[in-house]
Structures are given as structure tokens and as C-alpha cells.
Design a binder for this molecule. Structure first.
Ligand SMILES: NC(=O)C1=CN([C@@H]2O[C@H](COP(=O)(O)OP(=O)(O)OC[C@H]3O[C@@H](n4cnc5c(N)ncnc54)[C@H](OP(=O)(O)O)[C@@H]3O)[C@@H](O)[C@H]2O)C=CC1
Ligand SMILES: CC(C)(CO)C(=O)C(=O)O
Length: 332
């Protein structure tokens, strides 16, 4: 008999809920750490409305903290967690860090999979857990938590997986392969990459441009493009700055073709409602935005390497100020 993998999912929002479903379908024991949606999830589980999976109800074990998850496992004599999937927003440098919060559930053999947007999000995890496999995962999955425990998504779900750093021991690569197998067994889509940072930079073309632009404009991507003849060209110019930073960081494959491919994915949505990037959803709900992971880190890398990032820096200044004003409003 094979042992069912134990998975701890940290941050059961839009993305996390979909991976709870996929991993349960793959036969895993999933424990989800929830915060604002704890009561809804503990009482009614999670509801997914999606083109890809239809209408689905999932009921993982729900806890409030990683410590509670560790205590439950200890009390039931269960092994530790094989994987921790981090699907909370990425706030590198926050206090306490995500890595510190998860200390109770990370054992010597636990692989940590970061399913998050952004650049430079892995360093603090590697520093906290130098011996554990760190899997950097790039996710294409437009999804929104429409009310606590209710998530809607379309037909796209794709996970690109690689170790951090890309040169890693065979056991760490093996943890990536096993995760790919579980995602596929659960009906998801996953690919493995020798250097997933190339994929991360390609995704940054999308996130560092569309996410803050849509958040600032309070408009979906398609509505932004329709708003003025200059809009699409402006987003293209932002993408070109991100691409120049990627190349300066050694990712020569992020060129004009990649920019047009990523811009083309949004242009192909003209005639539909388009998508609401996660940062726009955060802005509309007054939540903290991933400004540093998605925009600030790219601007800083660009300036360190002498790359012109004037437009991107302007967007950074505006979205940072919006984030601060939302924080001030939350604090009353
Ligand atoms: N949504 C999308 O379309 C896409 C998102 N992404 C990326 O995926 C990642 C996750 O995004 P998304 O799912 O949209 O985010 P959500 O805000 O929908 O979900 C994050 C969840 O994490 C919870 N959380 C945060 N901190 C804690 C904590 N300390 N303890 C317990 N729970 C916690 C939040 O709780 P609370 O509600 O209390 O804040 C929330 O439920 C981000 O990096 C995002 O950029 C990538 C592709 C698409
Ligand atoms: C743009 C999108 C939806 C792509 O999956 C995304 O990554 C986000 O909303 O943050």
C-alpha cells in the first residue's frame, strides 16, 4: 500500500482553493491554514465554480495556524508534512516572515513549494531552510475568491515547477518531479524546468505591467486596452522595461518575441470581459498588494544594473502610494 502524501496548504484563497481540490483528487491528505475565511471554510468547506472543473465542493482539514496543524499531526501520531504549499500573497521582508510562520510544520524532509507571483521571493525561504527542497512555482490561473470560501476560475490552470536555486541536489529535483506527478494525477497541468527563473521572468512581463495598471485603473485588462489608443502601447512599453531587466539578470531568452507573446494573451481576450489581476482584486477590496514582490524588486534590479526603468518606476511610486493609502484606511 502506498502512503498518501501529507500536504499543508498555507493561504487558502483564490489559488490555494484550486490546489486543495487538485491535490485531494490526487489522493493527498490536505490541511489548509485559513485566516479571514476560516469560519466559512470550517463550517461549509470551499466551493469552486470553474470552466475547467465545473462546480466542486472540497472539505480539507481546516486550521487557523501552522502550529495547530503540527499539534493535530502529533496528537494523531501522523507523519510530518511531505509538502508545504505556500499560496498566500508574497510579502518578502514582512515581520514575521512566511518562513518563520511555517517553522512548526517544516520537518527535515518537507519540500516547500512557493506558488506565488513575483521576483526574488525565494531568498528568505532558502535562508531559513537551507537543507529543504525549495520549489519555485509559476502559476497561470486567473481566479478570484468572490466571498469567503467561494472561488471562481476559468479554464486555464498551469503550474511551472523548478528548484531554487536551479542547481540543487537530486533529492530536491525529485521533490519537484513528485509534485508534478501529483498535480497531473489530480487533473491539473504541470511542467518541470531546469531553470524556472526564466519562466518567472516571462510571467513578470504580465504581472509587473498588467497587475499595477489594472489596480490603478480599477479596470480589467480588456477595459484598459479599450480606454484609449495609447493604453496597449503603454503596457507594451512596461513589458519591454521588465524584459530588459530580465536580460540584464542573465535571461537573454526574454526578448521582443516573449513580450509580444505575453501581450498577445491579453489581446486575445478582447471581446470577452477580460481578467481581473490579483492586484486589482486586492485594491478593490482594500487589501495589501504585492507591490514589492511584483514591481519593486524588478525596479531595484533594473536600477542596480543600469537598465532604464523610468515607466516602471512611475507605476511603482503610484501603486506603492495606493497600497499605503489602503493600509491607512484599513487602520481607520
Ligand atoms: N488570483 C489569481 O488570479 C492569481 C494569483 N497568483 C498569485 O498567487 C498567490 C496567491 O494569490 P491569491 O490566491 O489570489 O491570493 P488570495 O488573497 O486570494 O489568497 C491568499 C490567502 O492567504 C491567506 N493568508 C495570508 N496570510 C495568512 C496567514 N498568516 N495565515 C493564514 N492565512 C493567510 C489570506 O487570508 P486573508 O483573507 O485573511 O488575507 C488568503 O485567504 C499570489 O502570489 C498571487 O500573486 C498567480 C496567478 C493568478
Ligand atoms: C494575470 C494573472 C491572472 C495570470 O494568471 C495573474 O497572475 C494574477 O492575477 O496575478
Amino acid at each position: 500500500m502506498t502512503t498518501r502524501p501529507n500536504i499543508l496548504l498555507f493561504g487558502a484563497g483564490a489559488i490555494g482553493t484550486i490546489y486543495i481540490h487538485i491535490l485531494q483528487q490526487a489522493g493527498c491528505n490536505v490541511t489548509a491554514v485559513c485566516r479571514s475565511n476560516y469560519a466559512a471554510a470550517a463550517t461549509n468547506g470551499f466551493h469552486i465554480s470553474s470552466q475547467k472543473y465545473g462546480n466542486v465542493h472540497v472539505s480539507p482539514t481546516v486550521v487557523r495556524t501552522p502550529q495547530e496543524a503540527a499539534d493535530n499531526h502529533k496528537a494523531s501520531g501522523s507523519r510530518g508534512f511531505d509538502y508545504v504549499l505556500v499560496t498566500a500573497k508574497a510579502f518578502p521582508g514582512s515581520s514575521p516572515t512566511g518562513a518563520e510562520l511555517l517553522r512548526p510544520v517544516v520537518g527535515p524532509d518537507t519540500a516547500i513549494a512557493l506558488v506565488q507571483n513575483g521576483i526574488g521571493i525565494e531568498d528568505e525561504w532558502k535562508a531559513a531552510y537551507p537543507e529543504n527542497p525549495i520549489l519555485s512555482c509559476v502559476v497561470y490561473l486567473p481566479a478570484t475568491q468572490t466571498s469567503p470560501g467561494h472561488v471562481s476560475m476559468g479554464d486555464l490552470e498551469r503550474l511551472e515547477i523548478g528548484t531554487f536555486p536551479c542547481e540543487a541536489p537530486a533529492a530536491h529535483k525529485g521533490a519537484g518531479e513528485k509534485l508534478k506527478g501529483l498535480i497531473e494525477a489530480g487533473g491539473g497541468t504541470a511542467t518541470l524546468h531546469d531553470d524556472v527563473q526564466l519562466k518567472r521572468w516571462s510571467k513578470a512581463l504580465v504581472n509587473s505591467s498588467w497587475n499595477p495598471v489594472c489596480a490603478l485603473a480599477r479596470s480589467r485588462d480588456v477595459a484598459v486596452m479599450a480606454s484609449s489608443p495609447a493604453a496597449t502601447e503603454y503596457v507594451r512599453a512596461l513589458m519591454r522595461e521588465v524584459a530588459a531587466v530580465a536580460r540584464a539578470c542573465g535571461y537573454g531568452g526574454i526578448g521582443e518575441e516573449e513580450v509580444e507573446m505575453q501581450l498577445g494573451r491579453a489581446k486575445a481576450r478582447v471581446g470577452t470581459r477580460g481578467i481581473e489581476p490579483s492586484m486589482m482584486a486586492d485594491a478593490l477590496h482594500g487589501r495589501r498588494m504585492e507591490v514589492e514582490a511584483i514591481v519593486g524588486n524588478v525596479v531595484r534590479l533594473g536600477k542596480e544594473r543600469g537598465v532604464g526603468v523610468e515607466r516602471l518606476e512611475g507605476v511603482y511610486v503610484l501603486v506603492k502610494a495606493l497600497d499605503e493609502s489602503l493600509a491607512a484606511a484599513r487602520e481607520g
